[in-house]
Design a binder for this molecule. Sequence first.
Ligand SMILES: [Zn+2]
Length: 157
Amino acid sequence: MIATITATTYFTNNIVIHRQVPLARAVTLMGHANAIIPPDADLLEIRCPSRVVLVPVHIIFSIDKAFVPHVPTPSKAGVYRRDRGVCAYCGRTIAFEEASMDHILPQSRGGPTAWDNLVNACRRCNEKKANRTPEQAGMPLQFKPFTPKVRLRADLC
Ligand SMILES: [Zn+2]
């Protein structure tokens, strides 16, 4: 039997998120600083080899801010959106199909897959730049990449 626990998160701005979380996640969430266990919550008795754990079927979270720091994982689509479809090298606005995600400092030279090392580039520029830095390729960036703003992390609980 797989037990599911309901986690309810109350944010400011009257945002409420109810989620079903698996038991293992619930055990972790119980230790969360903002977790509140309702006094009348039903308890599940979980028998581990070494101990017995009581897990409430409902955990409540109260969060001050609806926006919590969270940096989304970089992706080609994310970089394309952030750069508004503009190639960082030639400045042309390109179609998504024509776009590529370029590592400013190439991966082969230890460049990380991080927002501030990624730009949107058309195929032509990406091939021309190849395994070089913008300086080595004589292709200066038309704009500086940035890390996207925080957004609501719906998977908080
Ligand atoms: Zn280009």
